[in-house]
Design a protein around this ligand. Structure first.
Ligand code: BV8
Ligand code: ZN
Length: 259
């Protein structure tokens, strides 16, 4: 086991409050392409930042709707990976553990994570663009070329995600900020730290004196401020981290000696 993993495991074992921030890199190993991965086919030369925006939807709702329906269909074919499962298990061994994610998939929940904050919404939820009326998509509407209409006001139905230029859900961001200010350890995994305000979380944690552990394939602005940078795929590094924590877990024998 490398020194960084051992140090990170010790910090996590000793911590009572841990906040975990994940990005698209955690879902990448389940086969969900990250936001920046080359868009495929029809979307190959489209800027995801434009597709994931109100203007993009208003300009070409059929194109944006098709992109989301394709991503939603792909989500139905993938499973949580060992990185998701490791985080779900970590939640059971840390007294206060919350997972805040930028991801719009449900893989953390499917792996068993309970206290999950979705900063950017959910690709499997829908609402009216104008009046916000929640909408249950019918199966046949998933393959329709255009989004359905809102039964209340007649505007178009859209994915209940936060698009670029749109505000994040205030209560989720406020809770994430509060937890970042209280956390003893912030564990970051699979994010480039380039999308704001989610990318502020590591800086809030640092301000509060938290130990920041970053798990990524590449060096990012977060790695640079992290106390421990564990380079590697989250699907391997996170389970290794969990296994390493066993070294510091109180064992029966520890108690026997005392009694
Ligand atoms: C807002 C939902 C303002 C849609 C997404 C400063 C402050 C506030 C805003 C801004 C600001 N500066 C700029 C802005 C505007 C903008 C922004 O941040 N732009 C950036 C690009 C410069 N922010 C916004 O517009 C936000 N809104 O602040 O509004 C406002 C204020 C008042 C009133 C009105 C408005 C809204 C941002 C939310 C956008 N929506 N998702 C959808 O998914 O369809 S963000 C989207 O990008 C995804 O959620 C994703 O998480 C995120 C990042 O993209 P990815 O690259 O895919 O993922 P990530 O960055 O996490 O990178 C992948 C990483 O994983 C890489 O580092 C890679 O190395 C690593 N990796 C890959 N494989 C693995 C791995 N690591 C480990 N293991 C592996 N196997
Ligand atoms: Zn409506």
């Amino acid at each position: 086991m490398d020194h960084g993993t051992r140090r990170a495991a010790k910090m996590l074992s000793d911590a009572r409050t841990v906040l975990c921030l994940t990005g698209a890199g955690v879902s990448a190993e389940s086969g969900v392409p990250t936001f920046r991965d080359a868009q495929t086919g029809l979307y190959a030369n489209r800027d995801p930042m434009d597709l994931a925006s109100p203007g993009g939807f208003r300009r070409d709702r059929a194109l944006v709707w098709g992109w989301y329906m394709e991503r939603l269909a792909r989500l139905g074919e993938v499973e949580p990976n060992p990185g998701h499962h490791a985080l779900a298990e970590l939640e059971t061994s840390v007294p206060r553990f919350t997972l805040v994610t930028q991801n719009v998939d449900d893989l953390h929940e499917r792996a068993g994570s309970i206290d999950v904050i979705h900063l950017h919404g959910s690709i499997a939820r829908f609402r009216c663009f104008d009046c916000g009326h929640p909408y249950e998509l019918r199966p046949e509407e998933r393959t329709a070329p255009e989004p359905p209409y809102c039964p209340d006001c007649g505007d178009f139905i859209r994915p209940d995600v936060v698009w670029f230029g749109e505000e994040l859900p205030g209560e989720h961001l406020a809770r994430a900020r509060q937890l970042a200010m209280e956390a003893q350890v912030l564990l970051v995994a699979g994010t480039s730290g380039t999308v704001f305000p989610a990318a502020e979380i590591p800086y809030w944690a640092k301000t509060n004196g938290a130990t920041v552990i970053d798990v990524n394939l590449e060096v990012t602005p977060i790695s640079r401020i992290a106390d421990i940078f564990l380079r590697g795929p989250s699907g391997e590094v996170l389970p290794d981290l969990l296994a390493a924590m066993e070294l510091f877990a109180p064992h029966e024998s520890d108690y026997d000696d005392e009694h």
